[in-house]
Design a binder for this molecule. Structure first.
Ligand code: FES
Ligand SMILES: [Fe+2]
Length: 342
């Protein structure tokens, strides 16, 4: 049984990383070559020539097709062999797998499962995208040498900021305030309101009011591994579950998209979406740098967790804060199992 959910859109690359030159990537344990056609539209093919399995990424682009660098078999963007210079006719079974791909939000999305199902399954929608006053960052990435599910756990765990992000996101109550969990067919949300406290160091210069704040930590992951991490800050007394946005309500949403490379490595992509200072480029840079610094802190911890759990020889202990992650893992396992059925 596959360990990954194949019938889903994953981020394969930042859109700007892919141009006319072929680029090799590894996704869900499979070798894929990405390139752009003359129109600028992306193409994604199995990165292995059917003759001797040389990666096609070692060949060259010819028009909209890619030519193998060993004996010249040439494949169009649908994976069909369209030229075989050494042959009297094109070998009838020579083909490579083609994957649906599309650009959205500055990211290149790929569908690794049954291509027919991709047509009825949209890429995740970013709420308020394109609305006046909102700004989206260009996005960035890290490779994390950890199984992707340790990253999913982390993105359903608002408590870790109290220890891992002491200088940025930690604040009063992040260590001990009880968590609320909601689950549905899309995924799991773990959240809590922290009332009447000073905004933490990362957010203090960003919010548009002074004095104490009510803060929402909203940690959501949608299947298979798309995280929506939202912080809301509003003047103390205005927050809580029935909050209505006011003129000083600050919203920052970090979209964190995890794509398994294989069982032990993960591509971590992200972008930030906020409802203030849409045209402030310097602020955007500061936010992007702050986010990257925080994710580097997560990377150090999660790589060590991966090694620790993989090599464990003594018992582990569960904590209350694991409940959201456990719920998500169970839901994802059910979906992976369902895709294995004929
Ligand atoms: S390995 Fe590609 S044509 Fe021979
Ligand atoms: Fe973190």
């Amino acid at each position: 049984m596959s360990q990954f959910l194949k019938n889903a859109w994953y981020v394969a690359a930042l859109s700007t990383e892919i141009g006319r030159a072929p680029k090799a990537v590894r996704l869900l344990g499979e070798a894929v070559v990405l390139y752009r056609m003359q129109s600028g539209l992306p193409a994604a093919l199995e990165d292995a020539c059917p003759h001797r399995k040389l990666p096609l990424s070692m060949g060259r682009i010819k028009g909209d097709a890619i030519e193998c660098g060993y004996h010249g078999l040439t494949f169009d963007c649908a994976g069909k062999c369209i030229d075989a210079a050494t042959q009297t006719r094109i070998p009838p079974f020579a083909k490579v797998r083609a994957y649906p791909v599309q650009d959205k939000y500055g990211l290149l999305w790929i569908w690794m499962g049954d291509a027919a199902l991709s047509e009825t399954s949209p890429v995740i929608e970013i709420d308020n995208h394109g609305q006046p006053g909102w700004h989206i960052t260009a996005g960035d990435q890290l490779q994390v040498n950890s199984n992707y599910l340790w990253l999913v756990d982390n993105l359903l765990d608002p408590s870790h900021v109290a220890w891992v992000h002491r200088g940025s996101f930690a604040g009063a109550g992040t260590d001990s305030t009880p968590l609320q969990i909601q689950a549905d067919e899309r995924g799991v949300v773990c959240s809590r309101w922290l009332l009447n406290q000073a905004p933490p160091p990362f957010y203090a210069p960003l919010v548009k009011f002074s004095g104490p704040a009510d803060r929402l930590q909203h940690y959501e992951v949608r299947y298979p591994s798309l995280a929506i991490n939202m912080g809301i800050y509003t003047p103390a007394g205005k927050g809580g579950p029935d909050m209505v946005d006011g003129p000083h309500t600050y919203r920052m949403v970090s979209y964190n998209f995890l794509t398994p490379i294989d069982e032990d490595h993960t591509h971590y992509f992200w972008l930030q979406h906020r409802n203030t200072d849409a045209d402030d480029a310097a602020l955007t840079e500061r936010i992007a740098a702050g986010a990257k610094a925080a994710f580097e802190e997560d990377k150090i911890v999660l790589e060590a967790v991966h090694r620790g759990m993989k090599n464990r020889s003594t018992q582990t202990t569960g904590l209350l804060l694991d409940a959201a992650a456990n719920r998500f893992r169970a839901g994802l396992a059910t979906l992976i199992e369902a895709q294995a059925q004929p």
